[in-house]
Structure formats: C-alpha cells, structure tokens
Design a protein around this ligand. Structure first.
Ligand code: PLP
Length: 363
C-alpha cells in the first residue's frame, strides 16, 4: 500500500490511474493554474480550456506518432457507441467483415447487423475465446468496407500480436484495453477507438483516431448529427460540450506517459510486469492461466485454480489483503488481474507473493 493507504486495484475498468496524476488533479482541483476556478467549472469555449484540449491532443499525437492525415476525436457514449458509429459512418457498400475473438467483438458484430451485411470471417468461440485465430489468409469479402477487430480482449485476456491480413481493406480496431500500452503503427489502421476508462482516464471519454478519407459528407439523412464523425472532426471535438474534465485527466496521463519515456518504455515496463505474473502461473501447482501462450495479453491476465470453491476463497482473501477486483468476468469465472500502465510493479509482486502464500496454504 502507498502513503494514502490505497489498495492495489486490479479492476478491468474503470481502473487504476497513476498516483502522480491524481495528485496533480487534487492540487489543481480548486484553482486550475491561477485561472480562479476548477476545470469542472470552466467553459469549454474558454481560452484556458482550449489550451487543455489542444495540449492533450498534441501530446497524444506525439506519444502515438499519429500522422497528420488522421483526426483525433474526444467523444462520449463509451466503446459501445462506437459499435454503432463505426458501421453507420464506414459502410458504403454495406458490407463489413468482423473477427470475433470475445464478448466485445461479438457485441460490435451484433450491433453492426442493423446497418448492413456483416460477416464473421473468423472466431475463437469454439474454445471460449482462449486464443487468437490465424488471420493471415481469411476469406475477406471483395466489397468489404472494413475489417473489424477487438485488439485486446479485456475479458478473456488475449491480444492480437500480429494484425490480420485485411487484403487491402480498412482495418478498424477497438483498442480500449491496450490503448497506449505499447507503440502501434497508426498507418496500419483506418480507425482506432478506445474507451479511456481501461488504460487512460476516467469513464466518459472515448478517443477515436480516424484517417481523414473516411470522414464523409454523404451519410444517410437518418444518421444522428452526434453520430457523424465528420461533424466532430470539423469542430475539433467541440461541436457540443465535450466530457471536459475527463479529457483534462487524459491530458495529465499523456504527460505522465511522456515522462515515463513514451510508449516503447511503457511496453518494456508492461512486459516485465506481465512476465512476473505469467512466470509464476506457468510454474504454479495450484494456479493456471486460461489463455494460449502465444495469444496472451500484457494487460488482462485471467487465471483459475480449477476449483470454484478455491477461486471464491482466493477472491475473498485477496480482498482482505488489499488486492481488489480480482474476480474474473462472469462469463469466464475464476480470477483476472488487470495490470494496466498505472499498476506499479510492486502491485504485481504483491499479488504474486499473495498467490504463493495462498498456494502453500491450500495445496
Ligand atoms: C470495456 C470495453 C468495452 C465497453 O466499454 P464501454 O465504455 O463500457 O462501452 C468495449 N471494448 C473493450 C475492448 C472493452 O475493454
């Protein structure tokens, strides 16, 4: 535990934030940089706020090396709204191909059915989504407007380590739970979206990175104005009141990431953290990981004891030891440790120490 008596929070989302960010937010809460008011009370059209949102965007662009022909949008509605906005905005031929590797991709796939002919070109549902299928030579539709993936499967703990071969079609990625965890080549994607409550900031902000040629003037009349990417792009995410305070916190996290050395440094840190946990799981006599090794996520690590009773006991006792939110998603059972950017290595070590103790007491 830290000096604030805080627990180690392994929640999948809303999730842990960097302590330095929370401290800055605290210090700036009542009077943001001598503006005389809190960011929460500020007009989103004010000069002070304009600086906040512009700096946040600039820092994100720098962190991800986002090319100038991509727009960065700060939106609302959660990742769930992107399940609708993506097909509404991107379907021209009315055809899209989805790779269904978990609950979130499945929901996106189902939602998209409302808007066109949506194909499931690959899935790992046969083994309860415990692996990423080979996507090197899929039957991509000739006239597909895009190919959709959920890059890191928050619930099942799998991650695409190689992007699918889309055969030239636009790639759309739900990066909610791996956003900013490692460098990505933005040019490989037409659209990236992420709900920030996993790895970036407080719930309520949705970041969309979209290649400019995908913004359209010819959307169907029934498309609600608020669901039109181009409207938000043309207005620099200020068409209406944005989730202003949440964007400010995201901006603080971007600054923190820059201070940490950027995304390649974060990747190393995340690999080290995940290795501690995976190495333990691979050698444990009681616990085991539920995912194929080659598909493992650096962010979400599900594991089980093999006994529902012991799983329950573990979750209960870990909570009492200050390690919270280790219960697995209801569709997988067992445990899940989410170890996002802001989870310190000490938290992962504390978890492994606790698992060792639990193992010796219950084997
Ligand atoms: C959490 C999550 C979602 C759903 O996010 P909401 O903001 O609750 O709509 C979608 N996709 C992924 C990968 C997630 O982790």
């Amino acid at each position: 535990m830290d000096k604030y008596n805080r627990v180690y929070n392994f929640s999948a989302g809303p999730a842990v934030l960097p302590i330095e960010v929370l401290e800055t937010a605290r210090d700036e809460m009542l009077n943001y940089q001598n503006s005389g008011l809190s960011v929460m009370e500020m007009s989103h059209r004010s000069k002070t706020y304009d600086e906040i949102i512009k700096t946040a965007e600039a820092d994100l662009r720098e962190l991800m090396n986002i090319p100038s022909n991509y727009k960065v949008l700060f939106l609302q509605g959660g990742a769930h709204l992107q399940f609708s906005m993506v097909p509404i905005n991107l379907l021209k031929n009315g055809v899209a191909d989805y790779i269904v590797t978990g609950q979130w991709a499945k929901k996106a796939y189902q939602e998209a059915q409302k808007y066109g002919k949506i194909n499931k070109v690959a899935t790992s549902e046969d083994k309860n989504f415990s692996y990423i299928p080979d996507c090197s030579n899929l039957d991509i539709s000739e006239n597909a407007d895009y190919v959709y993936i959920c890059e890191n499967n928050t619930i099942y703990g799998t991650k695409f380590h190689t992007l699918p071969n889309t055969k030239g079609k636009t790639l759309v990625s739900d990066m909610s739970s791996c956003f900013l965890s490692e460098p990505v080549d933005v040019t490989q994607y037409g659209l990236i979206f992420a709900g920030v409550q996993k790895n970036v900031g407080p719930a309520g902000v949705q970041i969309v990175i979209i290649r400019e040629d995908l913004l359209r003037d010819d959307l169907p009349d029934w498309c609600p104005t608020m669901l039109n990417y181009k409207i938000h792009a043309d207005n620099n995410s200020l068409y209406n009141t944005p989730p202003a305070y949440g964007i400010y916190i995201c901006g603080l996290v971007f600054k923190w990431l820059k201070k940490m050395g950027g995304l390649s440094e974060m990747k190393k840190i995340n690999e080290n953290k995940a290795k501690i946990l995976y190495d333990f799981l691979d050698n444990s006599k009681l616990f085991k990981g539920t995912v194929e090794k080659s598909s493992r996520s650096l962010m979400n690590v599900p594991f089980v004891t093999g006994s529902d009773e012991l799983d329950k006991k573990f979750i209960e006792e870990s909570k009492n030891a200050g390690l919270i939110q280790l219960k697995g998603h209801r569709t997988v059972g067992g445990m899940r440790a989410s170890i996002y950017n802001a989870m310190p290595i000490e938290g992962v070590s504390a978890l492994v120490q606790f698992m060792k103790k639990f193992e010796s007491e219950n084997l």
